[in-house]
Write a protein that binds this ligand. Structure first.
Ligand code: ATP
Length: 134
């Protein structure tokens, strides 16, 4: 399978810069797959799973949102958070989930509700990705 250059960056720095054969990610309009030859493109990412295929092997990761762009055949994923399934600390995600549920139960203001929901969604996504890949 032919490939393309893939860059994955987070606020902490570069996660990956090299060749890949496929990238599947959750955009605000649903899951999309990107392969070599994809047209120029830009999309916002939702909290969800990202699957990176390289050398015939696919690795899943939890992504906290961000955006993806394809420009002249090069793909750039800018993620707010990105952890490969093997790097996810499930206990930490379980406690984050519990804290977010408690916060959500007590939240009265819209902003607080939105923050709690986003934290819950990130924790559930991490648990989901770790379980699917475990
Ligand atoms: P927590 O309350 O546990 O910090 P959070 O959802 O508020 O969870 P984020 O703001 O999404 O955390 O992430 C902060 C940093 O910690 C990021 O670098 C992210 O990759 C990392 N991170 C958060 N949770 C986990 C986890 N369960 N396993 C591995 N890395 C994590």
């Amino acid at each position: 399978m032919s490939g393309f250059r893939l860059q994955i960056v987070t606020p902490d720095g570069s996660v990956y810069d090299g060749q890949a054969e496929a990238l599947r990610l959750r955009t605000s309009e649903g899951y999309v797959s990107i392969r070599a030859g994809h047209a120029d493109y830009i999309a916002a990412l939702d909290i969800g799973m990202v699957s990176v295929t390289k050398n015939g092997t696919t690795r899943d990761a939890a992504c906290g949102g961000g955006f993806v762009s394809v420009e002249k055949g090069e793909v750039r994923l800018v993620a707010t958070t990105f952890e490969y399934a093997d790097d996810i600390d499930v206990e930490r995600a379980e406690s984050a989930k519990k804290r977010a549920e408690e916060r959500l139960a007590q939240a009265r203001e819209e902003r607080d509700i939105a923050i709690a929901k986003a934290k819950l969604s990130r924790a559930l996504n991490r648990i989901d990705v770790a379980e699917k890949s475990g």
